[in-house]
Design a protein around this ligand. Sequence first.
Ligand SMILES: Cc1cc2nc3c(=O)[nH]c(=O)nc-3n(C[C@H](O)[C@H](O)[C@H](O)COP(=O)(O)OP(=O)(O)OC[C@H]3O[C@@H](n4cnc5c(N)ncnc54)[C@H](O)[C@@H]3O)c2cc1C
Length: 384
Amino acid sequence: MPQHLVLVGGGHSHVGVLRAFARHRPANLAITLVSDRPVSLYSGMLPGHLAGLCPRAALEIPLAPLAAAAGARFVEATATGIDRAGQRLLLAGGEALPYAWLAVNIGITPDLAPIEGAREFACPVKPISRFLESTDAVSAALGQPGGPQSLAVIGGGVAAVELALAFRQVAGRVAGAPVAIAILARSGLVTRLNPRAQALVRAALARHAIRVVEGFDAIRVDGHGVTARDGRSEPAEAIIVATGARAPDWLASLGLPVAADGSLLVGPDLCSPEDERIFATGDCATMQESPREKAGVFAVRQGPVLAENLLRRAAGQALKAYHPQTAYLTLLSTGDGRAIAARGAFFALEGRWVALWKDWLDRRFVRPSVQPATGARADAISDR
Ligand SMILES: Cc1cc2nc3c(=O)[nH]c(=O)nc-3n(C[C@H](O)[C@H](O)[C@H](O)COP(=O)(O)OP(=O)(O)OC[C@H]3O[C@@H](n4cnc5c(N)ncnc54)[C@H](O)[C@@H]3O)c2cc1C
């Protein structure tokens, strides 16, 4: 009798797991993929899409065919909790799915609680599907007569920079008065990148007339702009929130150990230390012994290890350990056909060929045309 494995969320790791299972279908598992959306949207290509460099379809990974190739059932539903004692995944609408093993890869969303009015007046960058729905209207109207003439991106990380640069391309398509674009960062700008890369980022922002306001701790937004804790305000008619994120609240109510951001703590085997049936990866998990920042590269790299550990767990074998790298490649699109590459303490480059390199890696992840024969590395994207 096959054991029931439920994969919750169509995140980067589960895409990798399903691709691995499509190559070698597990005989002893009946698999169900549960996702609140029929497609997984790849964030690495989101700025390029906004900037008009690729169509929406380029960042979509349809989940039903992916599940079918792996012999898995696809259920489009929102998970709302886990009944651990009864081994059931709870779904919105009151249904429940029994499981023997469960893997959670549902991502995180910006924490809007510290910013009053954010729900009403701002577009949070995650979930990406909702972000695209709300920014379609912004993109269409930005700079047009009667549309927003100013845009603020709250956040100081790579995503905030890429989005500001992408919206500059959107605004640039409109003749007339230039749209004012600002990045409002609580502390510094892209501080996890090395100093050379930071300088390239600042130069790109200056080239595109994007103002950077640092030390701006946004606490309120309304129809006129953004207010900081120290009383400063920045006018903005369109506001994007790309700040630090929190895991969905229900993860913290499972009685399992969680990190400060509400993500599930996992061991090197990607399993909860308190429940051998529950695995978690990507942004909604924190590796207890080697915590890393939330980045898609880790979600991708965890995929093959998760696939193997789910098989091993079901077979009663010892699990493999995942060892996350300390340095990884960041490829930041500047929206103008160029990109910045950064890795470790010194490496930083900018150019058109970097954008081509990023595009090649991104497209290979979304549509891998050549599947690795061994299954050892399902992550064609490698670093992002
Ligand atoms: C603009 C932007 C650019 C970025 N660029 C980079 C980059 O270049 N490099 C990098 O490493 N990182 C980048 N990131 C960060 C990256 O997006 C995240 O780290 C990555 O998406 C995390 O992947 P994940 O698999 O954990 O979750 P996600 O990709 O968020 O996937 C979660 C999935 O679960 C589904 N889901 C959510 N809740 C539920 C539920 N309750 N029930 C069922 N399904 C659910 C969602 O629909 C989604 O398909 C960027 C982020 C942004 C916003």
